[in-house]
Design a binder for this molecule. Sequence first.
Ligand code: GTP
Ligand code: MG
Length: 193
Amino acid sequence: MSRHKIEWDHAAHIESQFPADGRPQVAFAGRSNVGKSSLLNRLFGQRLAGVSRTPGKTRSINFYRVDDRFYLVDLPGYGYAKRSQSERAQFSALIGRFLEHNDSLRGVAHLVDIRHSPGELDLRISHYFREFLPQLLTVLTKADKLSRGAAASQRQHAARELELPPSDLLPFSAEDGRGHQELWTWILDVVEK
Ligand code: GTP
Ligand code: MG
């Protein structure tokens, strides 16, 4: 169990369901199947988020309340819909409004699978976040699938691809827990700013 009190709050399907209580929010975004729900469950120390649902099925934005103080926000995965050329449209209109018109949003953790080179879409989305969000952390998921050495060089490689300093990329594993402490530290730091 986490030393924090974690409660599932609600799912938002329309803008009017976004919290209006002014508590800070930190959101988690990434391609479908990147390990978002697994990461949240590891952070929570309990299985609150559904793992391995059919990719792309979840269209709602899920809010988890931490210590009655702030929200961690699970965004639907992107990248499975190739309907549009525009990076904005890769997210639903609902996610666009959540990201761009939300004074309570303090930071975004952008999840990328450590085994794969960040694609063009990941790069565009990373730049999109940087345009208007105060805090961005890139989390390299499933780090247990690589050796320590390979994970370290993949971090350097992904940093170059995403045009970020390597220190902005955090290797993480929901299996062995690596990166879990650092991620909590980043979250608590971001919500206090
Ligand atoms: P969607 O909700 O469908 O977009 O997926 P998601 O990003 O929430 O991914 P999810 O957590 O459901 O994980 C997808 C698959 O990757 C599952 O089979 C997980 O068990 C596996 N997985 C996730 N994180 C890790 C990890 O850190 N290590 C390993 N080895 N497998 C992982
Ligand atoms: Mg999920």
